[in-house]
Write a protein that binds this ligand. Sequence first.
Ligand SMILES: [Zn+2]
Ligand SMILES: [Zn+2]
Length: 105
Amino acid sequence: MMKTGSCLCGDVRFELKGELRPVIACHCVQCRKTSGHHVAATSVRRDQIAVQGAVTWYQSSDTARRGFCATCGSNLFWDGAGANISVFAGTLDGCKVTQILAVSG
Ligand SMILES: [Zn+2]
Ligand SMILES: [Zn+2]
């Protein structure tokens, strides 16, 4: 089933196809700083996400960057070296994220 998401202002919209990874809560220092609290994120394979609009990327480490909307500031993506890209769960439309299966950091 196709899922959709967006930033707060709607300048960035995206569609996700295929299975979403269970939501993980990350309390590492970078996730705390970027979100103000902690990050809850699902993920999908790179070829299963279609993004419309301008995502601004911040290179947060040697191996990862974080995508956000420069207009409204919404945190949207974590893009590391793996096959998947993380999508911050609260950005999904009609999101019912009630189960967080793992906590790290
Ligand atoms: Zn926005
Ligand atoms: Zn983290």
